[in-house]
Design a binder for this molecule. Structure first.
Ligand code: DOR
Length: 422
């Protein structure tokens, strides 16, 4: 690939041109290079950001193709700005063998050979049952980038310890869904005043914090990294802050929904907002926003969990957990930038560089030689969330009908345009 000039773009508040060659970043500058044979692409005054990395998605294939396929999930990723997504193992069959991992990677190559790219996350235990370790070496060799029992956390502490040690020997990180399933059993929303008022069984925050505490103590004892998935409440943040002060090697993620909505949204039995862990209190939302700034939260991941309409159109207690997130995550987070909660640089860190570093994935920091994986974002673009505007097959989001601002206009991976709204 020869030299390509993406002219008329804004990087770190400076307007200029991005130079790309052979799939790599060459330079960002104000003057045109001598080379008149270069291909020129008009960036139309968009901001240029690194392509985003989502460390937590559910793509549903194999087994639940009526909810989402790898193809549709990756199309939503491309249009939402995500160039790399880490796909959880709760498919059918579960991703606990090389054949499932290889199948997912092959599907990726069939539909999106130039990206976005799926990084499968192997099941920590066979069939996610929490009884016997999966063949972790085989999963790593087939292409898994991390291990997790997301959705069905491992209750057996001894087995969890062995899993973390084994994964660490392989140079892999365990992602833990922090939930004490005995305390959370049969719960459908946050436990509190609103769950009592609605007559719904609650999930107490201690169901999360107990397991966060276990994982912190385990990471400290083994001196081995553990990544804490979808953190939802203030008490967990306090524990993680303590762990970080002590240099215990834990990292933590939260999701856009925990930064925007609280349990009030469940009034009216809104199944679109049913998710696990559940949306908590107002003070948790505020604490979560602060935690993005003070380093307690390391990454924002979507926990993209698409479901079919008919599955969510049932009484609240029967609806499945999950919010479809890839289409709307960036626009939601840009709201936090407009409100001054975050700088654009913080967003690049939380949604691209930091997940890339934690999971050892290629990242673009716009230095010479970095992969030319970037998105062009129109910060003023206004759009309404409708089923047609969403590229994911899962239309299950509390954003439905909302007007959002800021959108990906083009997406490049390895210097190739993989998606455009221009
Ligand atoms: O809300 C959720 N949905 N939480 C999970 O842990 C699993 C996920 C899913 O697979 O739908």
């Amino acid at each position: 690939m020869g030299l390509m000039i993406i002219k008329n773009v804004i990087l770190n508040d400076k307007t200029g041109m991005l130079l790309v060659e052979n799939g790599k970043i060459v330079d960002f500058r104000q003057e045109s290079p001598e080379d008149s044979s270069a291909e020129v692409y008009d960036g139309r005054e968009c901001h240029v950001l690194p392509s985003l990395i989502d460390a937590h998605v559910h793509l549903r294939e194999p087994g639940f193709e009526y909810k989402e396929t790898i193809k549709s999930g990756l199309e939503a990723a491309a249009g939402g700005g995500f160039g790399q997504v880490m796909a959880m193992a709760n498919t059918s069959p579960v991703n606990d063998s090389a054949s499932v991992t290889e199948f997912m990677l092959a599907r990726n190559m069939e539909s999106h050979p130039a990206g976005p790219f799926v990084h499968p996350v192997g099941a920590l235990t066979r069939n996610l049952e929490g009884r016997q370790l999966s063949p972790l070496t085989e999963l790593k060799e087939a292409g898994c980038r991390a291990f997790s029992n997301d959705g069905l956390p491992v209750k057996d502490n001894e087995l969890f310890r062995r899993a973390v040690e084994y994964a660490s020997d392989l140079g892999m990180v365990v992602i833990d869904h922090c939930e004490d399933t005995y305390l959370a059993a049969d719960g459908v929303m946050n436990e509190g005043r609103i769950s009592s008022y609605l007559g719904l069984k609650g999930i107490p925050s201690v169901a999360e914090t107990l397991q966060v505490a276990r994982d912190i103590l385990m990471a400290a004892y083994l001196d081995t990294p553990i990544h804490l998935a979808h953190i939802s409440c203030e008490e967990s943040l306090e524990l993680i802050a303590w762990a970080k002060e002590k240099s215990i090697p834990v990292t933590a993620e939260t999701c856009p929904h925990y930064l925007f909505w609280d349990e009030e949204i469940i009034q009216g039995y809104n199944t679109m907002a049913k998710v696990n862990p559940p949306l908590r209190r107002k003070k948790d939302v505020l604490a979560m926003r602060n935690a993005l700034k003070n380093g307690v939260i390391d990454i924002i991941a979507t926990d993209h969990a698409p479901h079919a309409d008919f599955e969510k159109e049932v009484p609240f207690a029967q609806a499945p957990n999950g919010i479809s997130g890839l289409d709307t995550a960036l626009s939601l987070c840009l709201y936090l930038v407009r409100r001054g909660v975050l700088e654009l640089d913080d967003l690049n860190w939380l949604m691209s560089i930091s997940p890339g570093r934690i999971f050892n994935l290629p990242v673009n920091t716009f230095q010479k030689g970095d992969p030319a994986d970037f998105i062009l974002v129109d910060m003023e673009y206004e759009w309404q969330v409708t089923p047609e505007e969403m590229l994911s097959m899962g239309k299950n989001t509390p954003c439905m009908g909302m007007e959002l601002m800021g959108r990906v206009m083009a997406h490049f991976m390895g210097g190739k345009e993989i998606f455009s709204r221009f």
